[in-house]
Design a protein around this ligand. Sequence first.
Ligand SMILES: Cc1cc2nc3c(=O)[nH]c(=O)nc-3n(C[C@H](O)[C@H](O)[C@H](O)COP(=O)(O)OP(=O)(O)OC[C@H]3O[C@@H](n4cnc5c(N)ncnc54)[C@H](O)[C@@H]3O)c2cc1C
Length: 405
Amino acid sequence: MTKYGRSPWLDQFPKSRIPSYPKHRGPMQSDVVIVGGGLTGCATAYAFAAAGLKVTLLEADRLGRGGTGAASGWIATEPGVPFAQLERTVGLRSARKAWQAWRRAALDFAALLRRLDIRCALEEHDSVLVARSPEEALRLKREQKVRRDAGVDAPLLSARTIRGELGLDASGGLRGKDGATIDPYRACVGLAAAAVARGAQIFERSGVRRITFTRKTADVHALGGVIRTHRVIVATSMPNALFKGLIRHFWFKTSFLVLTERVPAKIRHQLGSDRAVVRDLAEPAHAIRWVGGDRLLVVGADSDAVPPRQRDKVVVQRTGQLMYELSTLYPDISGIQPDYGWAADYALTAEGIPYIGSHRNYPHHLFAFGDASHSVTGAYLASRVLLRQHLEESESADEAFSFNR
Ligand SMILES: Cc1cc2nc3c(=O)[nH]c(=O)nc-3n(C[C@H](O)[C@H](O)[C@H](O)COP(=O)(O)OP(=O)(O)OC[C@H]3O[C@@H](n4cnc5c(N)ncnc54)[C@H](O)[C@@H]3O)c2cc1C
């Protein structure tokens, strides 16, 4: 029976091992207050605590059960938009910098998870961007040329190689080296534990209702009291009621995810030996990865944000749609059933890459909003960019993610 509306990461995590943090109570002071305990908030709590700062993280619900618990768990080495599109919106210099920063963040993120020995099913996997129709093949060729001219080349794969290594019919593909896949929930709670070990304080069920500020300080009004600070990091993945003034910068979307039942060994064999993450150029695009070596996870069918009252129905419908679309890519898996079907909300920026940093209307604040990449990398990238900004050690590449890019 398909489980709808729950992700396997949350559903399969042993209930007795779900970490629990206290509710915040009473007035406090902290160097840094982080609002939101998803992957971005927890990676940022770790980065700031490891840099020796006194960190307080406030999560409205429980850690990692928002966008993170619903994510696909892919550490991509490039942003979610084609290079050619990014170049058109932010210019060649910024696009190249964003690309390089993304790649470095992906490598560093995997290295950090390994170094901290966080058990989150980390596996290294390349990715392949495939073209299936003649129109997509043309776009892929253009993309490769633009990348080559910009010095961020990716090797072109022939239809034959893709058939042999990935078991799917495509007219060509671009290989992206060095990505990885993880269980995003385990990575999130692991980073939270590592942050606590470095002195961070984490509070759950401690939603922030309001943030006020003067020239010198900010007051974070949480359910249990006020925390005074010089730095607020907003890691709620998208602007909500706390920052109504920023909502106009975003489009609110829902993406859908399906995890199949085990694919029998005989069929797996027919799908080639390469376990790269596959992305296509369809609109909306799909990303497909293996989980545990024998199940396929597919993300796609993005639409405008689905209101809560329609959600259950839409998740069932999109699960069927994604299974059908998966079977057009891999006809051999026809008949395989979905084990899980769920949805993930996200906010999209005009350029398709996140905003990470300050906004002139909000002194003392730093934001990390709007990752639409289907990948984990933005959360880690944000933690590094935000720390550099806080320490006034920004790198020129960080500008590619600023609100006034
Ligand atoms: C389809 C899809 C697939 C994706 N796949 C991946 C992936 O594979 N890996 C990945 O990491 N990313 C993926 N992303 C992006 C993903 O959403 C982010 O990268 C990241 O996981 C989200 O982390 P976050 O911490 O920014 O947000 P969230 O995990 O949503 O965390 C925000 C937290 O803020 C809390 N919060 C909100 N308001 C308040 C408040 N007022 N007070 C206190 N707390 C509050 C929420 O309860 C929530 O826990 C994907 C996105 C989409 C759309």
